[in-house]
Design a protein. Structure first.
Length: 156
């Protein structure tokens, strides 16, 4: 089982209620928001439902560490620091990331850490066909395997 990163690509206008509810359950409240979830059946059903609004793929530990360092937020718009992480969970960034990927720790185990990451629009833009086409046809939406890591790095 792998960790899956989901990024919301499209906005709020004209969404059906069921899709809006599913995006809220995934904590994808706004455009360019990213969450990292377990790759189990519960989440795969939710992803299937919102596939026309998000892109997803398997995240690697290096990219997740960058996400935590650059975009990890605490209440009051404060950034997540290594001191705070050591103080609250007795682990450095590297140790926390390793335990997270071995399913020993969750993001909830760090008190106050926001469960989602706000990203910038990607540098040099999305893929050429735009945000209404699936990734397999040269667009942005849908499943993109390991290429999700490149997109996240462009959006940090």
């Amino acid at each position: 089982m792998k960790k899956i990163a989901i990024i919301r690509i499209r906005g709020k206008i004209g969404l059906k209620k069921g899709i809006k509810d599913t995006l809220n359950l995934l904590r994808l409240f706004n455009k360019h928001t990213c969450v990292v979830v377990d790759g189990n059946e519960n989440y795969s059903g939710m992803i299937k439902k919102v596939k026309d609004y998000v892109t997803w793929g398997e995240i690697d530990s290096e990219t997740f560490k960058l996400l935590l360092q650059k975009r990890g937020k605490l209440p009051g718009k404060k950034n997540l620091t290594e001191e705070y992480l050591k103080d609250k969970s007795k682990l450095s960034y590297d140790d926390f990331v390793n335990e997270f990927f071995e399913f020993k720790k969750k993001m909830k185990d760090v008190p106050g850490l926001k469960q989602f990451f706000k990203l910038k629009p990607p540098e040099k833009g999305f893929e050429r066909k735009g945000i209404k086409q699936p990734f397999s046809l040269g667009g942005v939406l849908g499943y993109r395997k390991e290429k999700i890591n490149d997109l996240i790095r462009k959006m940090l």
